[in-house]
Write a protein that binds this ligand. Structure first.
Ligand code: GLU
Length: 381
């Protein structure tokens, strides 16, 4: 048996480029191909994996529907094409996966969703909830409202941000090429295929050539950028050929690809991010019961909070202090400081009374919490 390159991963983000989904000449959806990858995705779901799809194709589908044939379009027409094409794209995914009884949800992302922590937390939570409910999130950039300055413009980097945001352990970029070569294989006959990249060195960056095809914005350069984002977030990345039918099945059976290995787990990377790159905007003092609950892996609920200080917003980093003034954890605030002060010491039911059932009742969700002193509870029985 061949080694299954996807075998060890539980949460996969799969990026699908326009050139795979949309026929370059006719501008029509490649329906048979879509059906084949939907079958592969359903198979991964049956195996208990979480699958998040980042799909391009809105602009190229919308171009055909609107009859916009010029090679290069002004930004307003690109945005109009994206708006029209996104409907067709979502519908195509919904229909293709529905054949296999898999439900889809659509999420459109603008860069500020991934950069701004409040939006980031919401997008992360919604995607996790979709996954917990067994659905497949279908993600694209919100091209029809994104301004040129804040657009990603390519789904390679967008998919890497998404993979990091959802703590995926692997990102698969399905491309028209089966991985990274030492030189562009089309023009350099001695180009060698690289099956494994352990570190993205300047030499690796230099191997990335220019843009690939007129339909996909991303050439190898944006794929290497994506690999940097992914591997630093604990997500391994695979570039594989997507042009064949059943591309994921082909990969699982050992089709050539390039693997960029992450040198840490997504959980470790997230921990480092929460601890390292964010300044602490507030402090929450908790009672002994809450401290023990946190150490056993639970979320921080307002009932155990005794004091709230600082001016923090939802998504800011906050410090959690146990009786005896010991900082036991850091986390991302699930509410702003005003709401935290109102909620302090109250039961979840009373908080629903205060803020309404549609608001979250955790002050810090367990997923957004990093413990600093796992041994605290034992000294404070
Ligand atoms: N978001 C664009 C679309 O849906 C594609 C960007 C890309 O090809 O990377 O058409």
């Amino acid at each position: 048996m061949q080694h299954d390159p996807l075998g060890g991963y539980r949460r996969l983000t799969i990026k699908i480029g326009s050139a795979l989904l949309v026929d370059g000449d006719s501008g029509r959806l490649r329906a048979d191909w879509l059906k084949s990858i939907a079958a592969d995705i359903a198979e991964l779901k049956r195996d208990g994996r979480d699958v998040v799809i980042v799909s391009s194709g809105a602009i190229s589908l919308g171009r055909r529907i609107l009859g916009l044939n010029a090679q290069s379009l002004p930004l307003d027409q690109i945005q109009a094409a994206a708006s029209v094409g996104q409907i067709a794209l979502s519908q195509a995914w919904r229909d293709a996966l529905a054949e296999f009884e898999v439900t889809t949800g659509q999420i459109l992302i603008t860069p500020n969703i991934t950069e701004e922590r409040r939006h980031y937390l919401n997008a992360r939570t919604t995607i996790s909830t979709l996954l917990a409910l067994g659905a497949v999130p279908i993600i694209n950039e919100n091209d029809s409202v994104a301004t040129a300055e804040i657009r990603y413009g390519d789904n390679d980097r967008l998919s890497a941000r998404v993979a990091a945001m959802v703590s995926a352990d692997c990102l698969v970029l399905l491309s028209d090429i089966d991985g990274l070569y030492t030189a562009p294989p089309g023009t350099s006959p001695d180009a060698e295929h690289l099956p494994l990249v352990k570190a993205i060195t300047p030499a690796i960056e230099a191997m990335a050539g220019g843009a690939a095809s007129h339909l996909s914005r991303g050439g190898m350069t944006t794929k290497i950028e994506a690999a940097k984002i992914a591997t630093q977030s604990g997500t391994s990345m695979i570039i594989a050929r997507g042009t064949v039918t059943h591309p994921l099945k082909a990969l699982i059976k050992g089709a050539p690809h390039t693997l960029f290995t992450a040198n840490q787990s997504p959980a470790a990377a997230r921990k480092r991010w929460i601890l390292g790159s964010l300044t602490v905007a507030g402090t929450i003092h908790v009672d002994a019961g809450a401290a023990k609950a946190l150490i056993s892996g639970k979320s921080l609920l307002p009932i155990g909070v005794t004091k709230v200080t600082g001016d923090f917003s939802r998504g800011d980093a906050i410090s959690i202090v146990a009786p005896g003034e010991q900082e036991i954890a850091r986390g991302l605030a699930g509410m702003n400081h005003e709401d935290a002060k109102l909620a302090k010491g109250k039961k979840s039911q009373a908080i629903i009374g205060l803020f309404g059932a549609e608001n979250r009742t955790e002050l810090v969700h367990a997923d957004n919490l990093v413990l600093l002193h796992a041994e605290w509870g034992s000294h404070h029985e």
